[in-house]
Write a protein that binds this ligand. Structure first.
Ligand code: PXL
Length: 272
C-alpha cells in the first residue's frame, strides 16, 4: 500500500463529473468515469440523480436531495479541487441551483456543461423548471456548453435543425453567457453524402466541424463520452479548441467500437 508521502504516489490530473447514474453503464457517471480513465485522468464522480434504466430504455428517475449533492461536493473540494469539472443530468431545478451555487464559490478549473435534458429513448432527465435554472445559473459559468440540436432548441427557444439554425443557436447561447458553445448532432446531406456536423462558437468566431456519418443504430452515451473527453483534455491543460478536437476524435472511436451489453441499444465504448 502507498501512503501520502510515498514517492511512487504521483498526483494525477483529476476530472470531476456531476451527473446521473445510468446503472446499465452506457451513459452518465459510468461513461464519464470510463472516459476520464481512458484519457489518463483520475475520475471523481458526484451523483445528482439516479435513473432506473437498462439498454432498452429509461423507466424512471430519483433526484437526490440537494443537500446530498452538496455534501458530496463539499467533501471532495475540501480535499482536492478537480482540474476540470463537467455537469451532466442533474434532474431537478433545486439540484441545478445548489450545484451552480457551490461551483460559484469553489470552482478552480474550467467547467463543461452538458445540458442533458432527454435520454436517447426520449425519457425526461430534467424537471420542467430545471432547463430554466440551467440556462440562468449554470450556463453563465460554463467554459463550454455542449447541447445537441434538441437541447439547443429548448435552451434558445428557436428551432434548431439546419446548419444556419445550429449557427444561430450557438451564437445565442454564447450571448447568454457561455464562454464557448459546441452544438452537436447535426446531420446534413452534402453532394449526396450524409455528413455529421457540429458547430463550435467562441468569441473568435463560429466554425462548422464535419465528419463522415457513421451508419447504424443510434449509439447510447455519445453525448456523455464527448463532453467527458473534452473535460479530461481540459484537465490536462489543453486549450479549448484542442480539447474539442480530441473529444470529437475520442467519441468517434468510442462509437466505432460500440458494444451491446444488453438486449437494447449499443453503447459507446471508451475502453475498446
Ligand atoms: O445520454 C444522456 C444521458 C446522460 N446521463 C444519464 C442518462 C442519459 C441517457 O439515458 O441516463 C444518467
Amino acid at each position: 500500500m502507498t501512503t501520502s508521502d510515498d514517492p511512487r504516489a504521483e498526483r494525477p490530473a483529476v476530472a470531476l463529473s456531476i451527473a446521473g447514474l445510468d446503472p446499465s453503464g452506457g451513459a452518465g457517471l459510468v461513461a464519464d468515469a470510463r472516459t476520464f480513465s481512458a484519457m489518463g485522468v483520475f475520475p471523481m464522480c458526484v451523483a445528482a440523480t439516479v435513473t432506473y434504466q437498462n439498454t432498452l430504455g429509461l423507466k424512471g428517475r430519483y433526484d437526490l436531495p440537494p443537500e446530498v449533492v452538496w455534501g458530496q461536493l463539499e467533501a471532495l473540494f475540501e480535499d482536492r479541487k478537480p482540474d476540470a469539472v463537467k455537469t451532466g443530468a442533474l434532474g431537478s431545478a433545486r439540484v441545478v441551483t445548489e450545484v451552480a451555487r457551490f461551483l460559484g464559490d469553489h470552482l478552480a478549473g474550467p467547467l463543461v456543461v452538458d445540458p442533458v435534458l432527454f435520454s436517447e429513448s426520449g425519457g425526461r432527465l430534467f424537471d420542467e423548471g430545471a432547463a430554466g435554472a440551467l440556462r440562468e445559473l449554470l450556463l453563465p459559468r460554463a467554459a463550454l456548453l455542449t447541447p445537441n440540436v434538441s437541447e439547443a432548441a429548448v435552451l434558445t427557444g428557436i428551432e434548431v435543425w439546419t446548419l444556419a439554425e445550429m449557427e444561430a443557436a450557438a451564437e445565442r447561447l454564447l450571448n447568454m453567457g457561455a464562454v464557448a458553445v459546441l452544438v452537436t448532432g447535426g446531420r446534413l446531406e452534402e453532394d449526396g453524402v450524409t455528413v455529421a456536423v457540429d458547430v463550435y462558437s467562441d468569441p473568435d468566431g463560429t466554425e462548422v466541424l464535419r465528419s463522415p456519418w457513421l451508419e447504424g443504430q443510434s449509439v447510447h452515451g455519445t453525448g456523455c463520452v464527448l463532453s467527458a473527453a473534452i473535460t479530461a483534455a481540459l484537465a490536462t491543460g489543453r486549450t479549448m479548441k484542442e480539447a474539442v478536437a480530441s473529444g470529437r476524435a475520442f467519441v468517434r472511436r468510442a462509437m466505432q467500437c460500440a458494444v451491446r451489453p444488453g438486449a437494447g441499444s449499443p453503447c459507446a465504448n471508451p475502453n475498446p
